[in-house]
Design a protein around this ligand. Structure first.
Ligand code: DCM
Ligand code: DCM
Ligand code: ZN
Ligand code: ZN
Length: 283
């Protein structure tokens, strides 16, 4: 996602944090990030282009070697064999954010990476290999020439948020959070976090203990579930355009908007639930 998508994921998560998770987030991020996951969510993209953080660029996605729109799939062994992808990254930073022997700076960095990667894994083209996640596929958005990846990261979102949410990530986040609390997403929300609740806190703790003892990073179960869900939208929605179609003014836009709003809302809610399991033992 672009900046607005990431900020919105973070602002949504802030509305669902349990007490200990909220306390850690606020004290870890501090005034630099206005104590908010919304503000801190774009840090990982800010550093990605710096040479000191060049190693982090492949952690923003997993190149699923599937064949959309005919066939969609994600496989850890096929697509993230060396763990140098978003699946391994979420496992790594999940461990690091709760490792008390790390410095406050290292744990803040782990939190900022989780904040960002739990957003990115919800973007269907961050879970797709073709043409570097669609970066190599030319596309039109409101008359401008761009690429398919950029249409999904920001083109459609910029149009939506400017038309309906006063160009404000906070306004968009408030609308999506209200839908989760009392609106059209309310009946879905528990299924969104079924992975973190069926995997009990005890078994998540043992995953973390396992990771620490082995000193290797094995992708966790839930990020793979989330990746498969995102990747399925490559077959149902993302790769269903026709050549020359303007993706930001047509039926394509109208089909994409509900998917994008769902994925942003879901990943914000999942980010909060993930931190609640880690810091509050929430189920
Ligand atoms: N880091 C990582 N994997 C690497 C190299 C670095 O996860 N192969 C992360 C750990 C910290 C940050 O980089 O988030 C800085 O680490 P260090 O201080 O060890 O360079
Ligand atoms: N990206 C991706 N999959 C790839 C390569 C890149 O999802 N195989 C993402 C990362 C950024 C965007 O595409 O969100 C642009 O990447 P870059 O600046 O590395 O071209
Ligand atoms: Zn992207
Ligand atoms: Zn990213």
């Amino acid at each position: 996602w672009g900046a607005t998508g990431h900020q919105t994921v973070g602002y949504i998560a802030m509305q669902f944090l349990a007490p200990n998770a909220l306390s850690f987030v606020q004290s870890s991020l501090g005034t630099t990030y206005n104590r908010s996951l919304g503000v801190a969510a774009t840090w990982a993209d800010d550093v990605r282009s710096q040479s000191a953080y060049a190693w982090s660029a492949p952690l923003h996605f997993v190149d699923a070697e599937d064949n959309p729109p005919t066939s969609c799939s994600v496989s850890e062994s096929r697509d993230c064999g060396d763990n140098d992808c978003i699946l391994g990254a979420i496992a790594n930073y999940t461990t690091r954010v709760v490792t008390t022997s790390l410095s406050a700076t290292q744990r803040q960095e782990a939190l900022k990476f989780l904040d960002h990667f739990i957003g990115d894994i919800g973007q269907p083209l961050h879970v797709e290999a073709i043409e570097a996640g669609g970066n190599g596929i030319s596309a039109k958005c409101s008359g401008s020439s761009t690429n398919l990846h950029s249409v999904w990261d920001s083109g459609i979102i910029n149009k939506l948020v400017s038309a309906n949410y006063s160009s404000s990530a906070i306004t968009w986040a408030n609308s999506l959070a209200t839908r989760i609390k009392t609106g059209s997403y309310k009946s879905l929300a528990s299924s969104w976090i079924s992975c973190s609740s069926t995997t009990s806190p005890a078994s998540i703790d043992s995953d973390i203990a396992n990771l620490l003892s082995k000193r290797t990073i094995t992708p966790l179960a839930c990020p793979l579930v989330w990746a498969k869900e995102s990747n399925a939208f490559d077959c149902s929605t993302v790769f269903t355009f026709t050549t020359g179609q303007d993706l930001c003014t047509s039926t394509y836009y109208n089909n994409a908007v509900p998917v994008i709003e769902l994925q942003i809302a879901k990943q914000g809610y999942r980010l909060a639930a993930w931190l609640n399991v880690l810091f509050d033992g929430a189920t």
